[in-house]
Design a protein around this ligand. Structure first.
Ligand SMILES: [Zn+2]
Length: 170
C-alpha cells in the first residue's frame, strides 16, 4: 500500500470526509504529501528541546509526543507501545528512530503553514455568489506531518503505515 492509499484511508475515517468521492480524497492526499516533502526539504534551525516523560498511553488513546512552546515531550509508554507493534510486525525500526520520527512530526506541526496548505488543497467550503470561502481539509495536516517525519527521520517504515496499524486498520 502506498502513502497515497494510506492517506486516503486516513482522510476517509475523518469526520466530514466519509462520503467524498475517492478522486477528491486522492487529490488532497497527494497534495498534502507533496507539501510534507517540500517542508522537509526546507532548512530550519532544527533547534528544538526534547524531554522524555512517562505515560501517554491510555486505554483508548495513544499520545506519542506533543509540542508546546518550543519543547517536544515524548511519552515513553506510548513509544514502547509503538516499538512493540513494530517488533510484532517485523519492521526494522529502532526505538531511537521512532523517537526521532515522533519529534519530527511535532516539529512539522510547528513549521507548517495551515493557510498555505489550505490554499494548495483548494477546497471551497462555501460560495456566496462570486465569493469563495476557502475550507479547511481535516486530516491534511496530519498527512503532511507524517510525511515530513518520514523524510526527516529516515524511518524504514512509513509513519502513515504505523498509524494505520495502531488504529487497527491493518
Ligand atoms: Zn500530528
Amino acid at each position: 500500500m502506498t502513502d497515497v492509499d494510506l492517506a486516503v484511508r486516513l482522510l476517509r475515517t475523518t469526520p466530514t470526509h466519509e462520503n467524498r468521492p475517492e478522486s477528491q480524497l486522492r487529490e488532497w492526499a497527494g497534495k498534502a504529501l507533496a507539501y510534507g516533502d517540500e517542508l522537509a526539504g526546507i532548512e530550519d534551525d532544527g533547534e528544538i528541546r526534547v524531554v522524555d516523560r512517562e505515560g501517554g498511553a491510555g486505554s483508548r488513546e495513544l499520545l506519542l509526543a506533543e509540542h508546546h512552546r518550543g519543547t517536544v515531550t515524548v511519552y515513553s509508554d506510548s513509544l514502547r507501545r509503538v516499538e512493540e507493534l513494530a517488533r510484532a510486525k517485523g519492521w526494522p525500526v529502532t526505538r531511537e528512530a521512532l523517537r526521532t520520527a515522533a519529534v519530527a512530526h511535532e516539529l512539522a506541526h510547528h513549521l507548517l503553514d495551515v493557510r498555505e496548505l489550505n490554499r494548495r488543497l483548494g477546497h471551497t467550503a462555501l460560495r456566496f455568489g462570486p465569493v469563495r470561502v476557502r475550507g479547511h481539509v481535516a486530516g491534511a495536516e496530519e498527512i503532511a506531518a507524517h510525511r515530513f517525519a518520514h523524510r526527516r527521520s529516515g524511518l524504514a517504515v512509513s509513519p502513515l503505515l504505523i498509524t494505520t496499524a495502531l488504529a487497527g486498520g491493518n
